[in-house]
Design a protein around this ligand. Structure first.
Ligand code: KIV
Length: 288
C-alpha cells in the first residue's frame, strides 16, 4: 500500500514525507537471503516511522509496545486493538520500508482459522504488508494456512517473550543440547511452512548461525548472531531510552539523558519566566 502525503502541514505536527519513494515489497526483501544484511527496527508511532523509514528495510510494529509505550510488565496483555491502532500509524508515517505487525498473545494460537481472522483484520485495518507470530513446530500449520491465503509471515523462535510464563524469564535459550536441537527444529518447521523470515531472539551464538545456514528463508537476529541475514532491535532500546536492557542491546544514543537535560532546561525557563520570550508570542493586532 502506498501512502501519499497531501496535508497542508504549515501548523501541523503531521509532517509529510517530502519525497515519497516506491515502497519495498516482501518478495524484494525475501530475495536478500545470504546477501546485503536486512535492517529492521521496531516503530510504534507515525513520527518515529517517518524518522526511521529511509534507513530501514523492515519496520516492525512489535508487541513490545506493551512495555515500551504502555508500561505493561509483559507482552501478554497486549491486544489486537492496540496493534491495529499503532500499525496504522506506522503505515501512515512510512513510504519505503515494509511494515510488519506483531500478532498479540491470544489472537492466533487457538487455530489457523483464528489466526487468519486476526491477521486479516490487522492487514485490512493497518495496510501492513504482513504479520509476525511467535512459536515453532506447533505454529507451522498456522503459518502455512496464512501464507497459502495471501498473508506474508515472519516467524519468531528462541526466546519468545509471549511464552515468558512457560520459559520462566528472559534468559538466553539453547544452552542445553535438547533445547538447542528443539529451536533448530522450530526454525526449520516455520521455514518449511513458508515464512519469508524468522526472528531468532536471545539464543547462544552458534545457534543463530546454525539456523541461518539450515533454512532457506531470511533470519533476523536479536541477541543471536552477526551471521543472521539481518538484525532487529527495539528502537527505544537502541536510542538509549531505558537504563536496564538485555545484554544484546547496543545503545546508539542516550535519549533518556538528553530528555532529562531538555526537561530540566524547560522547567528552569518556566520558573524564571524567561519562557516564553518575545519571539515566541503573537503580536497584537495593529489598532485602526
Ligand atoms: O515485539 C518486538 O518488538 C519483537 C522484536 C523484539 C523482535 O518481537
Amino acid at each position: 500500500m502506498s501512502t501519499t502525503f497531501t496535508l497542508d502541514t504549515s501548523t501541523s505536527r503531521a509532517t509529510p514525507t517530502p519525497a515519497p519513494m516506491k515502497r519495498l515489497t516482501v518478495p524484494m526483501i525475501a530475495r536478500r537471503k545470504g546477501g546485503e544484511p536486512v535492517v529492521m527496527l521496531t516503530a510504534y508511532t507515525a513520527r518515529m516511522a517517518q524518522l526511521l523509514d529511509r534507513h530501514c528495510d523492515l519496520l516492525l510494529v512489535g508487541d513490545s509496545l506493551g512495555q515500551v509505550i504502555y508500561g505493561l510488565d509483559t507482552t501478554v496483555k497486549v491486544t489486537l486493538d492496540m496493534m491495529c491502532a499503532h500499525g496504522a500509524a506506522v503505515v501512515r508515517g512510512s513510504y519505503h520500508a515494509v511494515v510488519i505487525v506483531d500478532m498479540p498473545f491470544g489472537s492466533y494460537e487457538a487455530s489457523p482459522e483464528q489466526a487468519f481472522h486476526s491477521a486479516s483484520r490487522v492487514m485490512a485495518e493497518t495496510g501492513a504488508a504482513g504479520v509476525k507470530l511467535e512459536g515453532g513446530v506447533a505454529m507451522a500449520p498456522t503459518v502455512a494456512f496464512l501464507v497459502e491465503r495471501g498473508i506474508p509471515v515472519i516467524g519468531h523462535v528462541g526466546l519468545t517473550p509471549q511464552a515468558v510464563n512457560v520459559l520462566g524469564g528472559y534468559g538466553a535459550r539453547g544452552k542445553s543440547q535438547a533445547e538447542y536441537a528443539k529451536i533448530v527444529d522450530d526454525a526449520q518447521a516455520i521455514a518449511r511452512a513458508g515464512a519469508f523470515a524468522i526472528v531468532v531472539e536471545g539464543v547462544v551464538e552458534p545457534l543463530g548461525r546454525a539456523i541461518t545456514s539450515s533454512v532457506d528463508c531470511l533470519t533476523i537476529g536479536i541477541g543471536a548472531s552477526p551471521a543472521c541475514d539481518g538484525q532487529v532491535l527495539v528502537v527505544d532500546d537502541m536510542l538509549g531510552m531505558f537504563e536496564r536492557t538485555a545484554r544484546f542491546v547496543r545503545r546508539f544514543d542516550d535519549f533518556a539523558g538528553r530528555i532529562d537535560t531538555a526537561a530540566a532546561a524547560y522547567a528552569a525557563a518556566v520558573r524564571d519566566r524567561s519562557f516564553p520570550a518575545e519571539a515566541e508570542l503573537y503580536a497584537p493586532v495593529a489598532a485602526g
